[in-house]
Design a protein around this ligand. Structure first.
Ligand code: SF4
Length: 456
């Protein structure tokens, strides 16, 4: 029997990996590609992030029998276009899809006739048989994953897509990564997958099953191994939805990371303000002893009623406590000549039920943070989240299957005064530049959709 040619298509913002300016990689792609490689299953990889012309994609699709894609909600319209293009090039080809959007919007996936096999949930334990014998499966497949992250292999980072072009003056760091918030080269890593909270705007718990955290020593061993083969690197980005959970694990991290890591690399990791308030000592030790340089904090809103609408389970007081603590630690460390921590502030505006004074309180909260990088979204009613489902059912959503963006500058909900919010954003000093960059990015993506990939 003829060996079938398989292609994994990494889906992301078109052209965003075309140069080596800034990029981070997708751990789902890395993990599943590593599992396939370890099982001796041949597969090649292409990325929409490092092509800019339709004909480049057509070339990648030539003579491919099976196309595999992991689809996030944000990339859903793009994945549909890619599958249609693939079928045009290979009318007898097979398309296999998985990823978050399958779990949160299965109906949207099923109605795309080009998606031949649709895998719902984690795929680690079925990926090998799915890509070698897809015909054995029904069209919609229940995935199967590991119970513990200790079972995951170390990702073979050379399987990740490489920037197509090296910009002069920008060092080629692949397979290490570059992220503007941390000093490059960076390494991204996961230590945990589960977030036990149920924020009403977030669909995380609807697609990630319970999973045991990666042992501390394994995380450090993987970082040391990346350092040995591809290093040196300057920072670590811990991609967990919520790093600051499970005190026993965190205490072990405080004890072992400074001792066992080749270097105590500064890192970026996420926390919630309620747990910072619950365990301030533990948090302070982590920042001071393990080089937790950037605290990604899900503050969302500075107003109590809005935090309740979001089911954040953090109060205004929790948010203020966390900000004050980080400001204080920062002042103390700066006075000693040490690099102080900063907050990557996750903020949401244009929330249904939010008044202008609620929104102004949120902006005042951001402006109180000493060292801040605001990451601001307008509320978007994504399928899979409780609030998203409710607003879609009430007919208030302006999002469509062909447009799942949520950056400021895009109306996603009926009855919101977006002009007010656009003006309000301009009062945040640290935000103006990144806002301009994001607006430009949206325009480029829209251009790509309409002009480069063209109509169906
Ligand atoms: S927003 Fe953050 S804390 Fe809330 S459920 Fe999602 S991942 Fe968890």
């Amino acid at each position: 029997m003829k060996t079938r040619k398989r292609l994994w298509l990494d889906i992301g913002k078109p052209g965003s990996l075309f140069t080596n300016f800034e990029y981070i990689q997708d751990h789902a792609v890395g993990l599943l590609m590593t599992i396939l490689k370890n099982a001796g299953i041949g597969i090649s990889l292409a990325s929409t992030r490092n092509v800019v012309l339709k004909r480049q994609l057509v070339r990648k699709f030539q003579n491919v029998d099976i196309l595999i894609m992991s689809v996030l909600s944000f990339h859903y319209p793009f994945a549909v276009k890619c599958s249609k293009l693939f079928k045009k090039v290979n009318p007898g080809g097979i398309v296999i899809v998985g990823g978050l959007h399958v779990s949160v919007a299965i109906d949207e996936m099923i109605k795309v006739k080009e998606f031949d096999y649709i895998c719902k949930g984690p795929g680690e334990k079925i990926i090998c048989s799915l890509v070698t014998e897809p015909e054995k499966y029904p069209r919609v497949i229940e995935g199967n994953g590991e119970k513990s992250m200790a079972k995951w292999p170390f990702i073979d980072r050379t399987l990740w897509p490489k920037p197509a072009l090296n910009l002069p003056g920008h060092k080629d760091v692949w397979p290490l990564e570059k992220y503007s918030i941390e000093q490059p080269p960076s390494v991204t890593i996961l230590t945990s997958r589960v977030c036990p909270w149920q924020c009403s705007f977030c669909n995380e718990s609807s697609f990630i099953p319970n999973m045991v955290r990666r042992p501390v020593e394994m995380v450090i061993e993987e970082l040391n191994m990346v350092d040995k083969y591809f290093g040196p690197f300057n920072s670590v980005i811990i991609h967990d939805s919520n790093f600051f959970q499970n005190p026993a694990w965190l205490k072990e991290w405080i004890e072992k990371y400074p001792k066992l890591a080749n270097r105590p690399w500064p890192y970026w990791a996420a926390a919630r303000s309620d747990t910072i308030r619950k365990w301030p000592e533990l948090f302070t030790q982590l920042v001071k002893k393990t080089n937790w340089r950037t605290v990604s904090l899900g503050l969302e809103s500075g107003s109590e009623p809005i935090l309740r609408i979001l089911n954040k389970e953090c109060t205004e007081e929790d948010n203020n406590f966390a900000i004050d603590l980080i400001n204080d630690i920062g002042m103390e460390m700066a006075a000693k000549g040490q690099e102080p921590p900063r907050i990557y502030a996750n903020i949401m505006l244009a929330i249904p039920g939010e008044t202008k004074s609620d929104a102004k309180k949120t902006v005042a909260m951001i402006n109180r943070i000493h060292r801040v990088r605001p990451s601001i979204s307008y509320f978007a009613p994504y399928p899979g989240s409780i609030l998203g489902y409710q607003l879609i059912a009430e007919g208030k959503s302006l999002m469509s299957e062909s447009d799942y963006h949520r950056f400021p500058g895009k109306a996603t909900l009926k009855g919101i005064d977006y002009d007010f919010y656009d003006q309000l954003l301009l009062t945040i000093p640290n935000y103006r530049t990144s806002h301009k960059i994001k607006s430009l990015a949206i325009k480029l993506v829209k251009h790509y959709f309409s002009k480069v990939l063209g109509a169906d």
